[in-house]
Write a protein that binds this ligand. Structure first.
Ligand SMILES: O=C1CCCN[C@@H]1CCCn1cnc2cc(F)c(F)cc2c1=O
Ligand SMILES: [Mg+2]
Length: 485
């Protein structure tokens, strides 16, 4: 389908749905909250995975695959970690016509599937640090309105689960992984994020503390958790009896972390960069970075043009640039321009008789529409510079837009006004959970309540005597607040 019906700044929800379908990323499915991920998505997912997998391999993280199914007893093992989530768990109760002895859960996360085996495998300090990661699908029967990529009943993620002899080692890894997540968002998806710590209320209940990278969607004024890196402390070691014998023969509980990012990241990228012509892909995650299109003229030498296109694609591929040729004779050049713009391909190269005669190509940027005639001899260098330029421009533009949404507030009235103004709020907070609960209660509404998004590691100066915006008590920290996905 060519051309968009909806505009990003007018009907964001409809625009988003149209972009991901028209760009052939995703197809709707007959089960609510479930979606078909098509090659254009899977190739983006694989490009991110290539980076992340290489980085965790440097950390000696080993690949595993644990079963999709978890017995009821095992899942219930950790009460307070699962209890709040119980409504989201999907259960298998039958096979064919016969009832199962006991219902079996489909994994909503894999702690309870994995940790009994950590208990069995980890015996000595020589087994530590233990580092495990799996790439898999997860099922959570969410009830709030589903949004493709952002909130679905099944999604793909990686989940890392590690164990250490000391807290120091665990703390260090939490931040190392969080930096990888920042890089995935900022260096690959060109999406600006804040690193920070979740509040006691928002953290993973089963853990000691949670860190996250937080993104923001200006169009909806909602924050969104991009990825999480938790320190679990020794909570799960206690529950699952995961102990090791140290050098002196003393048995101690391990210190654990768990960390994940998911296909949600792809949805955030679409929302951030897409425009009214469709998807806009950052080159680092573009399955096709350059599409080459022959522009034949009635009596022009179509064979020579095709030859020039082939050699252009070949030269770019040899240079490690993902280039493809669209020589389909059943579509016009104009149709192809719109089609590949809809799919968000960063650069288009047009080669027609004039280009051939002047031994040049015409290059068009997807992000800003700029056109340039480039001598074929300097092609690779120019394309590399252009791709890097697009990557940087997308990030800087997104960062500028996100920063323009930040509102520093000091009073409740300013907070409410900023919230209704779809702002990302930075406010001084007394860091008390009761106050956080109170803010949630006072901002309940059909758009959802305000909550803390994170306490950013990068703290602005907090002047002596600054009061909490909500309680009037002495503020202890600056925190980001807002509505969220
Ligand atoms: O966020 C991560 C990183 C990867 C491993 N897991 C942690 C914590 C997941 C928190 N969480 C999140 N959602 C859940 C949904 C459920 F239905 C359920 F039974 C349990 C959970 C649940 O534990
Ligand atoms: Mg959830």
């Amino acid at each position: 389908k060519l051309g968009m019906t909806f505009k990003k700044d007018e009907k964001f929800g409809e625009w988003y749905s149209e972009v991901i379908v028209n760009s052939e990323m995703l197809e709707y499915y007959d089960i609510s909250g479930c979606y078909i991920l098509r090659p254009w998505t899977m190739e983006i997912w694989e490009l991110m995975k290539e980076f992340f997998e290489a980085e965790i391999k440097k950390m000696k993280v080993q690949p595993y695959y644990f079963p999709l199914f978890i017995t009821e007893d095992v899942l219930q093992k950790e009460k307070d970690h699962v209890e709040g989530f119980a409504p989201e768990v999907a259960w298998v109760t039958k096979s064919g016509k016969s009832e199962l002895e006991a219902p079996i859960a489909v994994r909503p996360t894999s702690e309870t599937a994995i940790y009994p085996y950590f208990s069995k495998w980890i015996r000595s300090h020589r087994d530590l640090p233990w580092k495990c990661n799996q790439w898999c699908n997860i099922v959570r029967w969410e009830f709030s309105s589903p949004t493709p990529f952002i909130r679905s009943r099944e999604f793909l993620w990686q989940e890392g689960h590690t164990a250490f002899a000391t807290k120091e080692e665990a703390d260090e890894e939490v931040l190392h992984i969080l930096e990888l997540y920042r890089r995935i968002y900022e260096e690959f998806l060109a999406v600006p994020v804040f690193k920070g710590r979740k509040s006691e209320m928002e953290k993973f209940a089963g853990g000691l503390y949670t860190t996250s990278v937080e993104a923001f969607v200006p169009n909806t004024g909602r924050g969104i958790q991009g990825a999480t890196s938790h320190c679990l402390g020794q909570n799960f070691a206690k529950m699952f009896d995961i102990r090791f014998e140290d050098e002196k023969g003393k048995r101690s509980m391990v210190w654990q972390n768990s960390w994940a990012y998911s296909t949600r990241s792809i949805g955030v990228m679409v929302m951030t960069h897409g425009d009214d012509k469709g998807l806009v892909l950052p080159p680092k995650v573009a399955p096709i970075q350059v599409i080459v299109i022959p522009v034949p003229f009635r009596d022009a030498d179509t064979v020579a043009i095709k030859g020039a296109c082939d050699s252009t694609v070949y030269t770019l591929n040899q240079a490690g640039i993902r280039a493809e040729l669209d020589a389909r004779d059943n579509y016009s050049p104009g149709w192809k321009y719109s089609h590949w713009e809809m799919k968000g391909v960063p650069l288009r190269i047009e080669i027609g008789p004039r280009d051939l005669a002047n031994n040049q190509v015409r290059i068009v940027r997807r992000d800003n529409g700029a056109k340039a005639d480039i001598p074929s001899v300097d092609l690779v260098e120019h394309v590399r510079v252009l791709l890097d330029g697009i990557q940087d421009t997308l990030f800087e533009t997104a960062k500028q837009k996100r920063d323009a949404c930040i509102e520093v507030v000091n009073t409740w009235d300013e907070f409410v006004a900023a919230l209704n103004d779809k702002k990302l709020i930075l406010a001084p907070w007394c860091d008390e959970e009761e106050v956080e609960k109170d803010v949630k209660a006072r901002t309940k509404g059909d758009l959802g309540a305000a909550k803390t998004l994170c306490t950013p590691f990068d703290q602005p100066y907090l002047a002596e005597g600054t009061m909490c915006f909500a309680s009037g008590k002495p503020a202890k920290t600056w925190s980001f607040w807002g509505r969220s996905y």
